[in-house]
Design a protein around this ligand. Structure first.
Ligand code: PMP
Ligand code: GLN
Length: 377
């Protein structure tokens, strides 16, 4: 019997395979098509040559955890212990999974918001817990806090937060933080916070992290991905930050699943993380790409929804086709040579808002070629 009877192949794999088959321009799955920093590559090969090729500490290389603690202190004014509150993981998805596995008992309920990154619900269900997906508003993709209040009950154990949000590109605002504080304190809930796009924030906005609000951090697992920061999604490296008592439980799960992550990469990251310029300008770098693609897309019949962060922007095709999002995404790949992700794939309940997610973390030449093709639609 399947433990995940409702789970098929993730939409990212499905659309990327279709893209390869039709040799389309792939603006679907979120990964850059430009090269990562040459210095980080050199630091990694140096580490390998220097013999850092055996297991490192199960919690992650201490020097890397110290650098992360320093960064968190500078950015979010939170003094965390490198020893007790940080664990290096093979990617952000694994950090989310491990956090949920560390806290969930069968029958527990977890509130999350749809559209939702597609690993959340299976990560909950594999633990025998129950996902309670609540819709974000459309087209603003905001949280309805009254709906959250009326959905919390005695079984509710945790709430999953994701800002900057995949796929909508929206950000939590201060009023969301206030509402979150009230609910998690009143009902004693854990927070699993997916902040993998922390630096990818545009138009002068700032990222609000669970790390900067002591009353929220006290009950949070905050998950990050180096893949998104250093343009190396294939490295699958990330980390989780949580107060010591919770991190202790996280590590119990982690030690018998991954044990310890890739060593040379951790040596390289420990060195590279000291250079703030490599992440402080990321928002501006990606914003330029968002704007470039947006400008090109004005010559198409697609209509942009606002995107304040992440790798992604949603575009409506309501004036183009009546097809559902999946069918239209397939048509776009097969007939026009551009691949996007149907946002309906991020919902358990069927929706058809006629929006597709385009990844603009690409070379300008890629974005230009894609937009030229989309003009024919
Ligand atoms: N959360 C979200 C919202 C993401 O888009 C991604 C991207 N893959 C991840 C988590 C996980 O990142 P990683 O590749 O490090 O597992
Ligand atoms: N995070 C990326 C996205 O949302 C890809 C993740 C994946 O392929 N699992 O497109």
């Amino acid at each position: 019997m399947s433990k995940l009877p409702n789970v098929g192949t993730t939409i990212f794999t499905e659309m990327s395979a279709l893209s390869v088959m039709h040799q389309s321009i792939n603006l679907g799955q979120g990964f850059p098509d430009f090269e990562m920093n040459e210095k980080l590559i050199s630091l990694t090969t140096d580490a390998m040559r220097q013999g850092h090729n055996q297991y490192t500490h199960m919690n992650g290389l201490l020097a890397l955890r110290q650098q992360i603690a320093h960064k968190v202190n500078e950015l979010y004014h939170n003094t965390i212990s490198a020893d007790e509150e940080i664990t290096i993981t093979p990617g952000g998805t694994y950090a989310l999974y491990t956090a949920l596995t560390a806290i969930l008992q069968p029958g527990d309920e977890v509130i999350l918001f749809e559209p939702a990154y597609d690993s959340y619900i299976p990560n909950i269900e594999i633990n025998g817990a129950v996902a309670v997906p609540l819709p974000l508003s459309f087209p603003g993709y905001r949280i309805d806090w009254n709906l959250v209040k009326s959905s919390v009950n005695k079984k509710t154990k945790a709430i999953i937060i994701n800002s900057p949000h995949n796929p909508s590109g929206m950000l939590l605002q201060k009023e969301d933080i206030n509402a979150l504080v009230e609910i998690v304190q009143r009902h004693n809930l854990f927070i699993v916070s997916d902040e993998v796009y922390e630096h990818l924030v545009f138009d002068g906005h700032t990222h609000l992290s669970m790390l900067q609000f002591p009353e929220l951090y006290a009950r949070s697992f905050v998950c990050f991905s180096f893949g998104k920061v250093y343009h190396c999604t294939g490295w699958k490296m990330g980390y989780c930050i949580s107060p010591a008592a919770f991190m202790n439980e996280f590590r119990k799960v982690h030690q018998f699943n991954c044990f310890s992550c890739n060593s040379p990469v951790q040596y390289a990251l420990a060195n590279f993380l000291a250079d703030k310029n490599q992440y402080l300008h990321l928002g501006a770098f990606l914003q330029q790409k968002r704007d470039y693609f947006f400008h090109l897309m004005k010559d198409t019949r697609f209509k942009a929804l606002p995107a304040l962060g992440s790798y992604f922007q949603l575009y409506s095709y309501a004036e183009i086709s009546n097809k559902n999002e999946k069918d239209f995404a397939i048509e776009l790949t097969e007939s026009y040579g551009v691949t996007a992700i149907p946002v309906s794939a991020f919902y358990q309940t069927p929706v058809n808002n006629k929006v597709l997610r385009f990844c603009f973390a690409k070379n300008e030449s890629t974005l230009l070629a894609a937009a030229n093709r989309l003009q024919n639609v």
